[in-house]
Design a protein around this ligand. Structure first.
Ligand code: HEC
Ligand SMILES: [Cu+2]
Length: 350
């Protein structure tokens, strides 16, 4: 018996310490304990309010329990103290109804007001349309005319309003440092206000099981200064460079045109005649005009484990469903030469 208790105590301590270790850990990019903007701070404040109230109640109740166990423990007949025997006590019953009601009120007021404040956006905040796909996030900036994927660039210190929907199944956009989770629902628009107080890079993840590669549907939010944001927009609006004849980039461009990539991907060139065509809405993939400006791709899962952008791209182009099971980008049976040329071409699109 004693051994069992000792084992259970050690296990409980290990769990507790393990949980504490996650708080503030740099290796836990999806922690909810490092809010980096007003919306996430609001949620964090609420968590700690409830946490400390619950802790106080736990300590009081357990303390009373231990005290009663001690005071009324089994003793020799002569000095045994019988507790006072009660049957119904209106005073006590009122007390233990009123106190919980007050505690619930203290929790309910900030909770309900936070729920309302965190839903919806300010009228003047910058809009970004977000569409969820199996298994990547598409971002369209309607006022700027920018299209990008997986990496959301926002100006720090300003509220950005995500107008979210889904192209296929339910998804859920979650960047814990900036806000809670919100669904992306096919045929509906949901709003999510995002604001990062300081420049930085924040990790996100789809938080609704959405099929085979759900666990590989991630995202990054990059908050930059206003000036850097304007520069980024200007760079994104520029057309892709049409490579000069005879270069590896040009060969890659030819592979891009001839291997069916344009069925699903858009690259905007200056020349109207070149490949702006998206043949099938059903098979749409990320806009690749400025592919190399994004530090991560394929649902923000590549590159991984210290590989370079090029190495990851080679792995992706060789066999996408091998990297992301079920991927809607098929294995196009490219030769090593074609992959090499495509990498030269795609990596030149900064
Ligand atoms: C049938 C449609 C389809 C075809 C054809 C296709 N792709 Fe894709 N591609 C996709 C989809 C869908 C994704 C997103 C996959 C994901 O992240 O799960 C993607 C992702 C990519 C990415 C990563 C983009 C990013 O920012 O995340 C690159 C690069 C890419 N494709 C290049 C190509 C090239 C080069 C070709 C031609 C050899 C090609 N694709 C052909 C559908 C397609
Ligand atoms: Cu998803």
């Amino acid at each position: 018996m004693l051994r069992l208790i000792r084992g259970a105590t050690v296990a409980a301590m290990a769990l507790l310490l393990g949980a504490c270790q996650l708080i503030g850990n740099e290796d836990a990019p999806l922690t909810t304990f490092r809010p980096a903007g007003p919306n996430a701070e609001r949620i964090d404040d609420l968590f700690w309010l409830v946490f400390w109230i619950a802790t106080a109640i736990f300590v009081l109740v357990m303390g009373a329990l231990v005290l009663i166990l001690f005071v009324f423990r089994d003793r020799k007949k002569e000095d045994a103290r019988e507790p006072k025997q009660l049957h119904g006590s209106p005073k006590l019953e009122v007390l233990w109804t009123v106190i919980p009601a007050l505690i619930l009120a203290v929790i309910a007021v900030p909770t309900v007001s936070s729920v309302f404040e965190l839903t919806g956006c300010e009228d003047d905040s910058m809009r970004v349309e977000l569409t969820g796909h199996q298994w990547w996030f598409e971002f369209h900036y309607p006022d700027q005319g920018v299209d990008t994927a997986n990496v959301l660039v926002i100006p720090a210190g300003e509220e950005v309003c995500l107008e979210m929907t889904s192209d296929d199944v339910l998804h859920n956009f979650w960047v814990p440092a900036l806000h809670g989770k919100r669904y992306l629902v096919p045929g509906q628009t949901t709003l999510l206000r995002l604001e990062a107080s300081q420049p930085g890079e924040f990790w996100g993840h789809c938080a609704e099981f959405c099929g085979l590669s759900h666990s590989l549907m991630r995202t990054r939010v990059q908050a930059v200064s206003r000036a850097e944001f304007d520069e980024w927009v200007a760079a994104q609006l520029a057309p892709a460079n049409l490579p000069a004849d005879g270069t590896p980039e040009f060969d890659g461009y030819q592979v891009f045109l001839n291997k069916g990539c344009t069925q699903c991907h858009t690259i905007r060139f200056d020349d109207e005649a070149s490949s702006n065509i998206v043949l099938s809405e059903l098979f749409n993939g990320p806009d690749l005009t400025h592919f190399a400006s994004r530090n991560v791709f394929a649902g923000a899962v590549l590159p991984e484990g210290g590989e370079t952008h090029e190495q990851a791209l080679a792995r992706w182009l060789a066999d996408p469903p091998n990297v992301k099971p079920g991927s809607f980008m098929p294995n196009l049976a490219l030769t090593a030469q074609e992959i090499e040329d495509l990498i030269a071409f795609l990596e030149s699109n900064t």
